[in-house]
Design a protein around this ligand. Sequence first.
Ligand code: ADP
Ligand code: MG
Length: 258
Amino acid sequence: MTRVIAIIGGKGGVGKTTVTSNLATSLAKLGNEVIAIDANLTTPNLGLHLGYHLTPRNLHDVLKGETRIRNAIYAHPLGFKVIPGSMNINDLEGVDADRLPEVALNLIGKSDFILLDSAAGLGREAMSAMTTADEILVVTNPDLPSVADALKVVGMAKKRKKKVAGVVVNRIQSKWHELKREEIEEMLSAPVIAEIPEDKNLPMSIKLKIPMVHLLPESEASIEINRIAHHLTDKTFTYKKPEKRYNLVHRLARWLSS
Ligand code: ADP
Ligand code: MG
């Protein structure tokens, strides 16, 4: 059975593409067949994260009806497949985002997972990714604007009877003013399945076009991505996150603001 999962979050820049490229790697390392699709048509950058930004055929060509999906699939050396988007602004003309579900249907049965790297917001592009998917993985940062936007995504997913596979909180700096796991779970009525810290090496992994889970597998960010892959495949994951201890100033500031 192919599970189609949209990696989605209302706000831009929260880490959807970073989670998609790393999760594809992590799931492949666990022995799964994975196809990662850049469903962010206006500002695609999954290809940039993975080194497929100048491919001869891409999802835009497929959505324009100029080629078949099989011609836009590329095998990544880390064991998964990628369908990148076009970086060329001219390729936006004639692209019909609403065709994504029908196009993706051709891939059902050809892999264990299809991951859709979605656009920000709740516009046509993000909605076509949600329509294509059976499940959504919500990515947010631990701040109120990101979680408020994620709440809209969760609300929309529930309306459309899509399963919420979980919430991924990314770019955690463990500052007193950040929303805590329990607060996010309460606001979104969905479980947080991974807490990825802010990692200064992540921009380097993107620059090198090597997913973090492969470049620095021992990093806490990589461990948290692996936690998502284990969760999605019902595999036990034993690593326990060390408890964050706030210093006196942070404890006082938290108390004053509560
Ligand atoms: P989105 O796809 O949601 O717009 P991206 O995955 O492109 O977000 O991430 C936006 C930027 O944030 C990237 O340049 C990436 O380097 C940075 N980033 C994402 N996650 C982290 C993290 N955990 N630590 C540090 N930088 C991060
Ligand atoms: Mg993105």
